[in-house]
Design a binder for this molecule. Structure first.
Ligand code: GLU
Length: 448
């Protein structure tokens, strides 16, 4: 059974990149009837905030990406301690005493010599006496995971294909700070083992983390931490970029709430992000089952995917034109019923605009100044106006015969008189909503 996870750090709102990762993990799990976990990566107590945890849950609910379980790293600290002890006993973790400044200097010197800024393992060479002296001087160690330089790192990436890293070209990662707090790397590997995660699908900014975490997995399994025998599958998605390069200050860089506030429907975001960067066309598909069905890691490209606000708006509009009354009724103006929704829906780019059209139905409306000729024509309309099943076609048919007008000359003064607008929803649908008495009154007012 497939188990995926979405592992945000609650240090801000979900942005479009996180939403995409969450969506793809959800689809991957749903496609195979597997599990999709939400893992809150909140080991950084200083930057993590409860309000963001709540916001992440609310955003996932709004997007319709319900997790099958939730875990929190802050509640699993004892488990990471145990893993740490096991790795230390196995000789894979070592204490380091360099200050941030010293490390910066080392990096600069390496770069100045044209060398990659890889940690030189100076702390590994310390004798017991030297270490004791550091501690006696009050320097608490931070901890690094010791990569095994003799064990080449390889994996078949679900998107990038065969990946190969030389461990000697990587720094031993710091896994724990001097105050005992955890950096992301080890807790995540521990959790992926413990939670039975079978597929780790994330952004390509994590590729080098995966290289390191593969050795952590192997070391943890060798130290018999966790019952698992096999590593998860890894897949790394190309990053999202904005239409002009970086995801700048536009919609794409904002939080999930910004999409909602702008009137973007979750179905639109889902339809766009499900296929952006794949070989399938982005289409306004509201049916999730169809999106899930066509989801496949092998169709993802390796080039950065372009996220374009204008494309999202286009998809949004097309999605809105498919939404049923029941899906939107809580957001419609009071009194607007199913017929009203169907009448105005084709004219909307955002559901919030429904109220504006609805005001033209309920009134009062403002009519333009009509020419004498048009007033005479509208007076004729009052005379010929009869209510029935299809009052619009009855009226325009009768007027056409009586006046010989056609096209714009036939329709526009009527639309203006009845709605105050030059354009808008189909009059055949609007007129029954305006109603017999009100429509007649509007025509009479326009004719005088
Ligand atoms: N908390 C990490 C992040 O937000 C999780 C990365 C991962 O998926 O392992 O980048």
């Amino acid at each position: 059974m497939i188990t995926t996870r979405f592992a945000p750090s609650p240090t801000g709102r979900l942005h479009v990149g996180n939403i995409r990762t969450a969506l793809h993990n959800w689809m991957l799990a749903r496609k195979s009837g597997g599990r999709f976990l939400l893992r809150i990566d909140d080991t950084d107590a200083e930057r993590s905030r409860e309000e963001f945890v709540d916001a992440i849950r609310a955003d996932l609910a709004w997007l319709g990406l319900a997790p099958d379980g939730e875990e929190r790293q802050s509640q699993r600290l004892a488990i990471y301690d145990a893993a740490f002890v096991a790795l230390r006993a196995a000789g894979r973790v070592y204490p380091c005493y360099e200050s941030g400044q010293e490390l910066d200097l080392k990096r600069k010197i390496a770069l100045g010599r044209g060398l990659p800024p890889i940690y030189d393992r100076a702390a590994l060479a310390l004798s017991d006496a030297e270490r004791a002296a550091k501690e006696a001087a009050g320097i608490a160690p931070h901890w690094r995971f010791q990569l095994d330089h003799a064990e080449p790192i390889e994996w078949e990436d679900g998107i990038r294909g065969h990946q190969h890293f030389d461990p000697a070209a990587l720094s031993d990662p710091v896994i724990r700070r001097a105050d005992g707090s955890w950096l992301y790397m080890l807790p995540s590997a521990v959790d992926d083992i413990d939670m039975g995660v079978t597929h780790v699908l994330r952004g390509e900014d994590h590729v080098s983390n995966t290289a390191v975490q593969i050795q952590m997995f192997t070391a943890l399994l060798a130290a018999q931490h966790g019952a698992r025998q096999n590593l998860p599958h890894f897949a790394h998605e190309a990053l999202l970029v904005g239409s002009e390069g970086k995801l700048s200050k536009r919609l794409g860089a904002l939080g999930c709430d910004a999409f909602r506030n702008k009137g973007i429907e979750p179905q639109a975001l889902v339809a766009l992000l499900a296929r952006l960067g794949t070989s399938l066309p982005v289409e306004p598909i509201a049916d999730r089952a169809a999106l899930i069905e066509s989801f496949d890691l092998s169709i993802f490209g390796r080039a950065p995917a372009r996220f374009d606000d204008a494309e999202l708006e286009r998809i949004n509009k097309a999605i809105i034109h498919q939404l049923e009354f029941a899906e939107v009724k809580d957001r419609l103006p009071g009194g607007m019923d199913e017929a009203g929704w169907h009448a105005v829906r084709p004219n909307l780019s955002h559901v919030g605009e429904a109220g504006e059209w609805w005001r033209h139905v309920t009134g009062p409306i403002e009519q333009p100044d009509f020419s004498g000729e048009d007033r005479a024509y509208l007076a004729e309309a009052v005379r010929l106006f009869v209510w029935g099943d299809d009052p619009w076609h009855a009226l325009t048919g009768a007027l056409k015969d009586a006046t010989g007008r056609k096209g714009k000359a036939l329709f526009l003064p009527l639309r203006q008189a009845l709605t105050g607008m030059d354009h808008g929803p189909d009059m055949a649908e609007l007129l029954p909503l305006i109603g017999d008495a009100e429509a007649r009154a509007r025509l009479e007012r326009a004719a005088t």
